[in-house]
Design a protein around this ligand. Structure first.
Ligand code: HEM
Length: 401
């Protein structure tokens, strides 16, 4: 790293979001992006690395094979994380691996997220969404939309994807709900995680013995070990559940707070696909990712040395005015092509088509069923997930009378 630059101005990762707009990224990120889209950053463990905030800079780094995704080469960007490099990715956690391990998982999985399977899932998704909306109607408002809708829809979809039998869904959902509940104690979280791992391990054995038409059964025919399959099952659950649940809940909050945009969506259901891309850009719930340089690399005229960690702010990149004019407005008619909410490059989200289908069905169905849907508390009282890896809301109290 250039000594002069380092002495002048290493920053820490800005994390404080501006009061008053629960949808905007931390304020300091915008100023950094305008001045230096790639800037030296001091990590909480003392490591001197970098922070990338500009859209083209973030994109360039994510598509450059000279940057590694291996956890054990990275320093944690946030205070309170582990000191020094992180432990290596466990079996199945493909986001923390490089080629050839990563390529092996990616090849095995890519062919499984087929159009045929996504189409089959869409039909089930419509049933699942209707079932959740019926249950909401029976209960009556006010209720917590996270618990009643935003969490069960993706949880049941993961059950479909993995092939969790109907009889087991209650157990599966109980464990996943405890894992995602911010009020769960450490013991409850640990018990839920162990319960889930045991459940997935047993499911893997069952699928090996008697395969059915689902992703996990397909994967048992490959060369993955039971440990790898169990890890992958848990990883897919984590990757697809918290993310989609927060997009559904926080997206609903954003639409209820931007009534002109909500009206446009209601009047033109054909807008749903574009609306989902714009909500992904505007909210960027998976706000940050990290890479480390495997060799010296020049980016934006600056030298990132081998071994240095780079934090990539997907949320800052998605608000870059050079790519998205007027970036702080939610504008559902915008063509948010190139939004980085699903990442970019070889690790780009594998489940993005599924997530898109879920959102394209769930948002219009929710607002069609409850045309008078509104927040049941003042917007300032909605509890935000300020320091979570996936941003969003813990609860979203809504009513519709
Ligand atoms: C709106 C919902 C979602 C968001 C915002 C999201 C976001 C992301 C992001 C940003 C990455 C890249 C991480 C990185 O480069 O470090 C990623 C990777 C991944 N996502 Fe998603 N995701 C979503 C839904 C899903 C779903 C539904 C699934 C599957 C069931 C899924 C499976 C994966 C997998 C397997 C990877 C790792 C890909 C790899 O490393 O090659 N995601 N996701």
């Amino acid at each position: 790293m250039d000594d002069e630059l380092l002495v002048q101005s290493p920053v820490s990762l800005p994390t404080e979001r501006p009061a008053g707009c629960p949808f905007d990224p931390p304020a300091g990120l915008g100023a950094l992006r305008a001045e230096r889209p790639l800037t030296p950053m001091r990590y909480p463990d003392g490591h001197m690395g970098w922070l990338a905030t500009g859209w083209s800079t973030v994109r360039a780094i994510l598509s450059d094979p000279r940057f590694s995704a291996r956890y054990e080469l990275m320093h944690h960007p946030l205070p309170g994380g582990p000191e020094g490099p992180l432990p290596p990715a466990p079996p199945g956690d493909m986001t923390g691996m490089d080629a050839p391990e990563h390529t092996r998982y990616r090849r095995l999985l890519a062919g499984k997220f087929t159009v045929r399977r996504m189409d089959a899932l869409t039909a089930r998704l419509e049933e699942i969404t209707t079932g959740c909306l019926d249950a909401m109607e029976r209960r009556g408002g006010p209720l917590d939309l996270v618990e009643a809708f935003a969490r069960p829809v993706p949880a049941l979809m993961i059950c479909e994807l993995l092939g969790v039998p109907y009889a087991d869904r209650e157990v599966f959902q109980r464990h996943t709900a405890a894992l995602m509940d911010q009020n769960s104690s450490v013991e409850e979280m640990r018990a839920a995680w162990t319960g889930l791992q045991e459940y997935i391990r047993a499911l893997v054995s069952a699928k090996r013995a008697a395969p059915t038409d689902d992703l996990l059964s397909d994967l048992t025919t490959g060369d993955l070990t039971d440990d790898e399959l169990t890890g992958l099952g848990g990883f897919l659950l984590g990757a697809g559940l918290d993310t989609t649940a927060n997009m559904l809940a926080h997206g609903t909050f954003a639409l209820l707070s931007n009534t002109d945009q909500l009206a446009a969506l209601r009047d033109g259901p054909g807008l749903a696909a574009g609306a989902v891309e714009e909500l992904m850009r505007y909210l960027t719930v998976a706000h940050t990712t990290v890479r480390s340089a495997l060799e010296d690399v020049e980016v934006d005229g600056l030298l990132i040395r081998a071994g240095e960690t780079v934090t990539l702010s997907l949320q800052a990149a998605n608000r870059d005015p050079e790519r998205f004019p007027g970036p702080d407005a939610l504008d559902l008619s915008r063509r948010a092509v190139g939004q980085l909410g699903f990442g970019h490059g070889v690790h780009q989200c594998l489940g993005q088509q599924l997530a898109r289908v879920e959102m394209r069905v769930a948002f219009p169905a929710l607002f069609a069923r409850f045309p008078a849907l509104r927040l049941a508390v003042p917007a300032e009282e909605v509890p935000l997930r300020h320091h979570a890896n996936i941003y969003g809301v813990d609860r979203l109290p809504v009513a519709w009378d």
